[in-house]
Design a protein around this ligand. Structure first.
Ligand code: ATP
Length: 304
């Protein structure tokens, strides 16, 4: 398969520090690829490298199958748009003014497609209002419109929902889904917000200390989530004894609460516990989620 982006042993060092260390990833066409990692993991370094803003120390990447070492990479990069760190917009200009400026930079002569582009990002009714009077979410969406000006097939976004209010987050989510599903744009998005990412991503790359720890599709990830049952009883020792006898893998979470990592036959369990005069107070099915998966994979807490 021709990946939209493939990095091979990409390494970037600053002095002795390896910000990216033999980093390899593959983004298939049509994906929303979530790049997950804590502060300082190397996300922005990776995005800056693939956008040509910095040079790798070693390793290579291909964009639409074209090696970064080839001259043709300049042409391939025209098929990609990016918003890295803060959106590249002029605050004293309106949304239309900003797009006209970008069209000029790209050598696009006709401004006819600007209204359509503004509609795509939900800024069609902003008129003469200057970007400095926009909400943060509107500025982010204008940044995305600027990145979309050259009609790219691949969009790279660094933390697009950082600092947005709940409404802004919902609008950004809808925009990214529309760009992907209606317009077929492949998206690489870095984010700290795992809950939000889990509503969008079709693929994940988990990065830590500049290394790719795990690359997995959302489907495979969901299939790998462990399912468990949390049981609260009046006598934790009795519960532990019954679970041991039944050979059910479990973990004691509190004196009277255990988590069982297997299917549980509730009526059998209840009658076994009755022999110890132990009552079941509650039973709750649980499923691992992206956040607990991440914590297990990388360690530590996932929200910085
Ligand atoms: P954040 O979520 O905080 O933006 P990140 O995952 O994007 O983090 P990077 O900005 O890529 O992380 O930084 C990776 C590592 O490289 C960090 O330890 C950072 O301090 C270091 N680093 C990044 N840029 C430079 C630079 N220009 N000079 C020296 N070290 C740098």
């Amino acid at each position: 398969m021709d990946y939209v982006l493939k990095t091979e042993a990409l390494t970037k060092t600053y002095g002795r520090h390896k910000a990216l260390d033999n980093f390899s990833m593959c983004i298939p066409p049509g994906a929303i690829y979530g790049l997950v990692g804590k502060n300082g993991a190397g996300k922005t370094t990776l995005l800056r490298l693939i956008c040509g803003l910095q040079e790798a120390t070693s390793g290579d990447y291909t964009l639409f199958g074209i090696s970064s070492r080839k001259h043709e990479i300049l042409g391939a990069r025209k098929g990609m748009g990016a918003v890295i760190e803060t959106p590249a917009i002029y605050l004293d200009m309106s949304a239309t003014g900003n797009l006209k400026e970008q069209y000029r930079v790209l050598g696009i002569r006709s401004f006819d497609t600007i209204p359509q582009l503004l509609k795509m990002v939900g800024l069609e009714n902003t008129g003469w209002k200057r970007a400095k009077n926009f909400s943060l979410g509107m500025r982010q969406r204008l940044g995305i419109a600027v990145a979309l000006a050259g009609n790219p097939r691949f969009l790279v976004l660094d933390e697009p929902i950082n600092g947005l209010d709940p409404q802004g987050i919902i609008e950004m989510r809808q925009l990214l889904l529309d760009l992907n599903q209606k317009y077929g744009i492949t998206i690489l998005v870095s984010s700290h917000n795992l809950d939000e990412l889990s509503r969008l991503a079709t693929h994940y790359g988990f990065i830590n200390n500049g290394k790719m720890v795990k690359e997995i599709s959302a489907k495979d990830l969901e299939n790998s989530f462990r399912k468990s049952v949390r049981i609260e009883v009046t006598n934790g020792k009795a519960l532990a004894a019954v679970l041991e006898q039944a050979g059910l893998p479990h973990k004691i979470l509190a004196p009277n609460v255990s988590e069982v990592y297997s299917r549980v036959n509730i009526s059998k369990l209840t009658s076994a516990l009755e022999k110890y005069q132990c009552e079941v107070l509650s039973i709750k099915e649980q499923e691992e989620n992206l956040e607990s998966y991440y914590v297990n994979l990388i360690g530590g807490v996932s929200h910085e």
